[in-house]
Write a new protein. Structure first.
Length: 194
């Protein structure tokens, strides 16, 4: 069969038994009347198209194009378009959608349980919390403050307060006497008026 390649027919039968059974027939060979009948087949096809145009003029007036063509640069812009749509969908969550989620049992039951536990915890803490006695708290804080101050400082402050009180009383007495003298008022007149 192939003398050029030095492959014998017996070798081909051993390598591929199915192909050897096909024989020498060429499956890609045109029929004997193919080229003679080709012109008549084309003519009949054209005649069929003319009949369709006559019977359905609206259908034949539709332009013949492929609607599945992609615009130029479509696949270059596609990733950015998809990304923009994903971002738009994420940001459009509304309050109504959140409320509908809370109504669903898989979210509502844990949410109600959490609110109940929080409410019970707050009430428990409020009942067990005791208001401190303000008098004892004030005494404690005053005593705590005094324990941190040096005794000498306390004595100096108390003696300074006493001396300032004595000065203010003596100043008040002197100012009254000066007023009475300046206005020529006598003690006898004051007692009668009161």
């Amino acid at each position: 069969m192939n003398n050029d390649n030095d492959i014998h027919d017996d070798d081909l039968k051993g390598m591929s038994p199915h192909l050897s059974k096909a024989g020498d027939n060429n499956p890609f060979k045109a029929g004997t009347d193919y080229f003679e009948d080709f012109a008549s087949k084309i003519k009949s096809r054209i005649d069929e198209l003319e009949e369709i145009k006559n019977e359905a003029p609206v259908l034949s007036s539709i332009p013949n194009y492929t609607p599945f063509d992609t615009p130029a640069g479509y696949f270059d812009e596609l990733p950015t378009l998809v990304q923009q749509r994903c971002i738009e969908n994420k940001s459009s969550t509304s309050i109504l959608e959140w409320l509908t989620l809370l109504i669903k049992p898989r979210f509502a039951i844990p949410f109600i349980t959490m609110v109940f536990i929080a409410f019970a915890g707050i009430n428990f803490m409020n009942k067990n919390a005791q208001a401190p006695n303000t008098e004892t708290a004030a005494e404690n804080t005053f005593e705590d403050q005094l324990s941190t101050i040096d005794e000498a400082t306390i004595i100096e402050t108390l003696t300074a307060d006493e001396s300032s009180e004595n000065k203010s009383v003596s100043n008040d007495d002197n100012s009254i006497e000066n007023y009475l003298i300046d206005n020529h008022l006598e003690e006898y007149n004051l007692r009668n008026n009161l």
